[in-house]
Design a protein around this ligand. Structure first.
Ligand SMILES: Nc1ncnc2c1ncn2[C@@H]1O[C@H](COP(=O)(O)OP(=O)(O)O)[C@@H](O)[C@H]1O
Ligand SMILES: [Mg+2]
Length: 371
């Protein structure tokens, strides 16, 4: 069985003061595609290497299936790892590269042949079996590395940034292929990346990490729609979530969000929650994604002096989207617009409207989500 359990796992490297992985506590279902994502140095590889048995666990326990593996050697964990550098043997053919581990395990010749051919079919590299790695493109080499992992029929696949050596176009293709491969094989996969797009597109669930600590665990939708803190809101999504700092005030039954130059009336659904949690008259961070901001030329907007507005100082054409960078004396926002019907041009003064159903409020001190 390929379900995994991490019980309060910690890692401190010898001589280091800080934990590189701190209290990682999570269960992974059999067959799940779990993505660990976070900036460089946040402890992703360290966690993967502890799971692989390549790094000692300082505290806590790791289970693969029902077996606690803390003291089980790497080769006895029934896992297969795929790295960023494919670590292929340059002097061996593709066939022999894929067969290598099976030969080491002294499998019968016909059994090895069957497995290699089956993996080659799954990966569509049958035509390359007699070539050497040097004769292959980056994507083909990555497939050979995957082939080597597949023939081992592991309970768990571990992948550490396996696509980051590929150019952008190939990365997108291989991303799709890995997802399809997972659907064919249904094996538990723990996939490490610093690329939030890979995380969003590939993961059944995503674990967002920072400084060795889990920030949030959830499906791509949950993480995108309900980020639990400012870090996750900024890390997941392109462009990052817009954040505006202001204060909360009530006026009668109205809930107002005020910055120095603008006032927004927020929905009353948030009123009870904010007041109950003591946020009245306190600083707050308002978050809103680019797709929930619309801009219209200033003359068509509200005439109120304290309306949200600014000047478009940059238009970024992305193909299917256009990003409007709006600047005023206080803050900067990025709004998404439809390039075909973009109502404003660079340099225009604009009025900005937020979809108040889709705003997020964060505590500026703890940076945690309020609602
Ligand atoms: N062998 C090591 N000795 C000491 N510190 C290490 C070692 N490997 C990694 N680290 C530190 O642990 C932290 C996490 O590293 P790593 O797991 O490689 O992060 P990521 O894979 O997310 O980029 C970093 O601060 C890194 O410097
Ligand atoms: Mg790493």
């Amino acid at each position: 069985m390929g379900n995994l359990k991490f019980l309060h796992v910690k890692k401190k490297y010898p001589g280091e003061r800080r934990f590189s992985v701190d209290d990682f506590h999570l269960e992974v279902n059999d067959g799940e595609f779990l993505v660990l994502v976070g900036p460089s140095g946040c402890g992703k590889s360290t966690l993967l290497r502890m799971l692989a048995g390549l790094e000692e666990i300082t505290e806590g326990e790791i289970y693969i299936g029902d077996r606690m593996v803390n003291y089980v050697s790497s080769k006895d964990r029934n896992i297969a790892m795929v790295f960023q550098n494919y670590a292929l043997y340059p002097h061996l053919s593709v066939y022999e590269n894929i067969a290598f581990g099976l030969r080491m395990r002294k499998l019968a010749k016909h059994e090895i042949h069957e497995k290699v051919i089956r993996a080659a079919k799954v990966l569509e590299i049958e035509a390359n079996l007699n070539k050497r790695p040097g004769q292959l493109s980056g994507g083909q080499r990555q497939r050979v590395a995957l082939g080597r992992a597949i023939v081992r029929e592991p309970d768990v696949f571990l992948m550490d940034e396996p696509l980051s050596n590929l150019d952008a176009k190939l990365r997108v293709l291989m991303r799709e292929e890995l997802t399809k491969l997972h659907r064919k094989l249904h094996r538990t996969t723990v996939y490490v990346t610093h690329d939030q797009i890979e995380a969003m597109t590939m993961g059944n669930r995503i674990v967002v990490m920072k400084d060795g600590v889990i920030q949030q665990v959830g499906t791509p939708r949950e993480i995108y729609r309900t980020p639990l803190n400012v870090f996750v809101a900024g890390f997941i999504g392109t462009p990052p979530m817009n954040l505006i700092s202001g204060t909360i005030r009530t006026e009668g039954k109205c809930l107002l969000f005020e910055t120095r130059r603008c006032t927004l009336q927020l929905g009353s659904d948030k009123l009870g929650l904010l007041l109950g949690s003591g946020y009245s008259s306190r600083n707050i961070l308002l978050g809103v994604r680019a797709e929930y901001i619309s801009c219209v030329p200033a003359e068509e907007g509200e005439s109120s002096e304290r309306a949200l507005g600014g000047r478009v100082d940059l238009l970024e054409f992305m193909g299917s989207d256009i990003f409007l960078h709006v600047q005023n004396e206080e803050f900067r926002l990025i709004a998404r617009a439809d390039p075909i019907h973009c109502p404003v041009s660079e340099g225009d003064a604009v009025h900005v409207k937020l979809d108040l159903e889709n705003i997020h409020l964060f505590d500026p001190k703890t940076e945690e989500r309020i609602c």
